[in-house]
Design a protein around this ligand. Structure first.
Ligand code: NIG
Ligand code: FE
Length: 417
């Protein structure tokens, strides 16, 4: 099966060779071809180039799409989400409008523990049904690879339930999915004064059970004042490593307590949130293999500082962007809005933001060899926009739905916004 997309106004993120990540000043450069074609064979990208080199439309080509006036780019890679959850937290949203902070709500037993209670009471089937609606929504919004965390179970049974739902989504949808175990998201109230007891449960029961069923690719913890300390996180990461789970960590969302250095020491694949970043943190990240990940729509939704992206790029660091889709701090997985918010609020250029949401996102979730760029041999997972003046319109027209067609692994997707 061959699909030819012709007359593309701008074909973005064309890379002759697979590039692991893009850092510092290089992030300003987004390679593109004007007046281009893209040829897909089965699941993969077969060829691309200028229209003058476009292959003839003969019987070898099964479908031709005329993308006159449109932009084509690789699908978004969302390397940090909590897309599987039960119910919603609309009441807490109104509480925050009325003046309560995220921390105050958590201290009253709300927040993560509120979502955990709901999830524990929800059947696996119902959880799957609720989550697949959100997965179909982000596919329609142009996401072609997504990492999904557990962490609203907080018991052996419910953590396994979440991870099994993630596996079922992975089996049933063409979007690339990686699963992350986040048992260390918050201490359940019965372990409030017995942290060691809960961490024993994580390392002695949860991790071995997850490994037995091969339910996770990565391990995460909420390394933060009032949640998991550096020492507590390190104990979990050490056991995770023994079971082959590489770390991707929530860190520096509200406070800087030396968590980034600990994550780099454990060779974390990514450190995520980073709303508070010190000069020492930046030094530690230099020369590491750890990708910093910013979640600007979380900052937007709960009114906290934005990751100091420009400062990090000026220091030569790479940066990835992800949605953090979750019921408490970011009830949206729309990567178009993430890219727009990064441009509008963090002052990334459109080129920097698109690099961060494609190639660098792919590194941060370990799918770089198959996703993140228009490269021969990579998965044919692409977005075709509606007619645009230029790709700058993607962040500029931040509330418009600019996506016309999403193709995943060479197949046009039926989901619509
Ligand atoms: O990434 N910060 C920790 N975890 C989630 C939010 C959890 C929640 O409030 O449900 C986040 O923002
Ligand atoms: Fe998160």
């Amino acid at each position: 099966m061959k699909i030819l997309i012709k007359n593309i106004q701008e074909l973005l993120q064309t890379r002759a060779e697979h590039l692991e990540m893009i850092s510092g000043a290089d992030m300003k450069l987004l390679p593109k071809i004007d007046d281009a074609f893209l040829l897909i064979e089965d699941e993969t990208i077969l060829a691309y180039g200028k229209m003058e080199d476009c292959p003839a439309e003969d019987q070898n080509i099964n479908q031709v799409i005329d993308a006159q006036g449109c932009v084509v780019l690789p699908t978004w890679v969302d390397s940090h989400t909590h897309l599987v959850y039960a119910g919603n937290r609309t009441l807490e949203f109104v509480d925050r409008i009325n003046g309560l902070s995220y921390e105050e709500i958590f201290n009253r037993g709300g927040g993560i523990l509120n979502s955990a209670k709901k999830l524990q009471e929800t059947s696996e089937e119902e959880l799957y049904q609720q989550s697949k609606i959100r997965l179909e929504e982000i596919i329609a919004q142009g996401t072609g690879a997504v990492e999904i965390k557990s962490g609203y179970g907080l018991t052996v049974e419910s953590e396994l339930k979440m991870l099994r739902v993630i596996q079922r989504l992975k089996k049933n949808y063409p979007i690339a999915i990686k699963a992350t175990f986040l048992g260390a998201h918050a201490f359940p109230s019965e372990y409030k004064d017995n942290h060691t007891g809960y961490i024993d449960l994580i390392v002695n029961e949860m991790i071995p059970a997850i490994a037995r069923e091969n339910l996770a690719d990565y391990i995460d913890a909420f390394l933060e004042t009032g949640y998991f300390s550096v020492e507590e996180t390190e104990r979990i990461l050490e056991v995770g490593k023994k079971y082959g789970l590489r770390a991707k960590i929530h860190v520096n969302q509200f406070t800087a307590i030396g968590g980034i250095a600990a994550c780099v020491k454990h060779n974390a694949l990514s450190v995520d949130h980073l709303e508070i970043v010190t000069d020492e943190d930046i030094e530690v990240l230099k020369n590491s293999r750890t990708m910093p990940v910013a979640l600007p729509t979380c900052s937007y939704f709960i009114s906290i500082p934005y990751t100091p992206a420009k400062k990090m790029l000026a220091a030569g660091l790479p940066l990835a962007l992800a949605s953090d889709s979750n019921p408490g701090t970011t009830p949206s997985g729309n990567m178009n809005f993430v890219v727009a918010t990064a441009c509008i609020k963090m002052k990334l250029t459109p080129e920097e933001a698109i690099n961060a949401a494609t190639i660098n996102g792919a590194y941060a979730m370990g799918v770089g060899t198959t996703h993140g760029s228009i490269t021969k041999g990579k998965k044919a997972s692409i977005i075709i926009t509606k007619p645009l003046h230029s790709f700058y319109e993607i962040p500029y027209a931040f509330a418009s739905n600019l996506i016309d067609t999403v193709i995943l692994n060479g197949k046009i997707q039926p989901y619509k916004n």
